[in-house]
Ligand binder design. Structure first.
Ligand code: NAD
Length: 364
């Protein structure tokens, strides 16, 4: 197979900068991707930290002005891992310069912005890093639902629980500042829940939401809860909070259908609980499936069956799927259109929380 070189610029050297750097380095070790990835430029704000990170992860150059980086003719792919408020400007500039554009979630600050991003990027391949679709157990849940193993879905229940914002005296970093983050836990964590729900259970028709800020004087909401009606007739409940004592990163869902039940919790991410309601009632119970192969999503790419994978593999697998789609000229999901659909639901959640009313979501 002819291999093409993709010269990459990564904007952002924080948490996600590391997760993405690792994916760029690892992807060809686990997947047969027809590209050689060149880690050309790492862009951030602090030259000293940039130099250290470039040396650790093998970036050839560093830069502090992302506007100049996205224009460079020797860059093929721009990866946006900046605070949310910079996503739109950077991704639109990159798309207009004809680059392949990857962007972190949530895609934008609001749906007006994400619509502009999707429009600007119509002619270029895009990806949103909703990495949890690529947890093998979550991809397997999707497969079971597609196969009809749950039957008609009645209930979709999702929570994303963290506890890091409970100290009231936390400095107002970008995630706690509305102008830079868009909103608080709703943009940050409910965005993941919504992406998974749209993928696993289809479009949402309407929502009724409440949000709350526990920390006195804080600029963004600490908790957001909402009810949802899905187009397939099922009912959804969603809860995202940074005040869940005892929970570091519990991204979990339970789905009940006429033929079965599924349950997933990221804190035990190699497992999926599955109940088959066609089993005789006297032996009915949830099976605790270890989703590491044989026959499970991504199993042949990582380790032997029973040898578990971790958080970083979700980014590696997402990137691999993107590169394979790119080489075949196929649409990758989730792309900017999908990121925009999430943003439309997020906007509805915010409007409902403000008005106390159900808010309908326009069909996509
Ligand atoms: N997919 C996931 O699970 C996941 C997890 C965490 C964060 N995220 C998303 O990733 C994005 C980044 O979050 P993070 O946790 O990595 O944040 P972070 O604060 O750790 O890193 C942000 C980086 O952006 C850089 N930066 C800020 N302003 C800049 C500018 N003007 N020019 C150049 N660089 C600039 C900072 O120096 C820093 O390196 C956010 O959109 C966030 O929502 C996604």
């Amino acid at each position: 197979m002819t291999r093409r070189t993709l010269r990459i610029a990564l904007l952002g050297q924080g948490f996600m900068g590391r997760a993405h750097s690792n994916a760029f380095l690892q992807v060809e070790h686990f997947f047969d991707v027809p590209f050689d990835l060149e880690l050309r430029v790492l862009c951030g704000r602090d030259p000293e930290r940039l130099a250290r990170m470039a040396a650790t992860w093998g970036w050839q150059e560093t830069a502090t002005d992302w506007r100049r980086v996205v224009e460079r003719p020797d860059i093929d792919l721009v990866d946006v891992a900046l605070p949310n408020a910079l996503h739109a400007e950077a991704a639109i500039a990159a798309a207009r310069a004809g680059k392949i554009v990857l962007c972190e979630k949530p895609l934008a600050l609001n749906a007006a912005e994400s619509a502009r991003m999707a429009e600007a990027a119509r002619g270029v391949p895009t990806m949103v890093w909703f990495n949890y679709r690529r947890v093998p157990a979550v991809a397997f849940a999707h497969r079971l639902i597609e196969q009809g193993r749950l039957g008609r879905i009645y209930h979709y229940r999702a929570v994303y629980l963290q506890q890091w914002a409970m100290r009231e005296d936390l400095p107002a970093t970008w995630k706690l500042t509305r102008k830079q983050a868009g909103s608080g836990v709703v943009a940050d964590l409910a965005s993941h829940l919504i992406d998974l729900a749209l993928w696993l259970n289809g479009p949402i028709r309407e929502v009724a939401a409440m949000t709350h800020t526990f920390a006195v004087g804080r600029d963004v909401e600490d908790a957001g809860l909402f009810l949802a009606r899905f187009e397939n007739g099922s009912l959804g409940s969603f809860e995202a909070t940074r005040f869940a004592t005892g929970c570091r990163n519990r991204n979990a869902f339970e789905i009940h259908g006429s033929r079965g039940m599924l349950a997933f919790n990221l804190e035990d991410m190699n497992r999926l609980r599955f109940l088959d309601a066609s089993d005789p009632e006297d032996v009915q119970g949830a099976r605790d499936l270890l989703v590491t192969g044989p026959g499970h999503p991504y199993a042949e790419h990582f380790w032997k069956p029973g040898h578990i994978v971790g958080y970083e593999h979700t980014f590696i697998a997402a990137l691999a799927d993107f590169l394979v789609a790119l080489s075949r000229g196929e649409r990758f999901r989730p792309d900017f259109e999908d990121g925009h659909r999430v943003q439309v639901v997020l906007d509805a959640v915010e409007r409902s929380a403000a008005s106390g009313q159900w808010v309908r979501i326009p069909a996509g």
